[in-house]
Write a protein that binds this ligand. Structure first.
Ligand SMILES: [Zn+2]
Length: 250
């Protein structure tokens, strides 16, 4: 069988690797293979990309190279909000116990669909609302051009004791390879069109490095930048503890 060439939209070369162009590493060749007209998408420019995101993904990859036996996870929140909307990591599947053998970035989007409670009782009004919100977000996701690049798995989840099928986990995964530019463009679209985070609001980013040995040992990657100094909140917590102790005695 003759090799199939695709003209890479990023560098113009004839790519035979349809995951990421073998010349420039771009994931945009995947859209060409699926027949998607890129001129009608936001993936050809950085205009809709959240500032700082591409740099943080670059940082994630360099930490993966530096600490090959660690999970490197970048958490993304809307600015000023603690809820993690999405994460980018070197985990090939959502709950993987191992890291990708080579540095790569993955995202696993997850939309739970509640069915009944653990004891089989019907959902409360609040649970129905949360299920509908989750499915609405999944529908918004399915309308995006990048949706066809994701692999879908639908896992029915069962309660351990009763064996009741309580919910379905709709999970969508993508391996961006090492294309930080393409990943930043896709992730920015997901944040805006699924989660409603605007560019003017912005995002908070945090990258954590955790050893792959099951005991969640945090490698002190961030502390190295501080010349071994403790972060400010250590002093706050220590101060509060001292205050509490002094109240006990005086
Ligand atoms: Zn290319």
């Amino acid at each position: 069988m003759a090799e199939q060439y695709l003209r890479c939209p990023n560098c113009g070369a004839n790519a035979t690797n349809h995951q990421n162009c073998e010349f420039c590493g771009s994931l945009l060749v995947r859209f060409v293979e699926k027949g998607i007209d890129l001129s009608k998408t936001t993936y050809m420019s950085d205009a809709e990309v959240f500032p700082g995101l591409e740099q943080e993904l670059r940082n994630n990859l360099s930490l993966q190279r530096q600490y090959p036996n660690c999970f490197v996870e970048t958490n993304i929140c809307a600015r000023g909000d603690g809820d993690i909307l999405m994460f980018v990591s070197n985990k090939p599947t959502l709950n993987d116990a191992n890291v990708s053998p080579e540095p790569q970035l993955f995202t696993h989007l997850y939309f739970p669909e509640l069915l009944v409670n653990d004891n089989g009782s019907p959902l409360t009004a609040e649970q129905i609302y949360s299920k509908e919100e989750s499915l609405k977000k999944m529908d918004a996701f399915k309308k995006l051009n990048c949706f066809s690049l994701f692999n879908q798995t639908d896992e029915p989840m069962f309660d351990n004791e009763t064996g009741i099928n309580t919910n379905i986990e709709h999970c969508f995964s993508i391996n961006y390879g090492q294309d930080v530019t393409g990943a930043a463009r896709l992730i920015s679209e997901l944040l805006q069109k699924i989660h409603g985070v605007t560019l003017s609001r912005g995002i908070d980013l945090e990258t954590e490095t955790t050893a792959v040995n099951g005991n969640n040992t945090h490698v002190d990657v961030d502390e190295e930048d501080d010349d071994g100094e403790w972060p400010w909140w250590y002093y706050v917590v220590a101060g509060l503890i001292l205050l509490a102790i002094s109240k006990l005695f005086f």
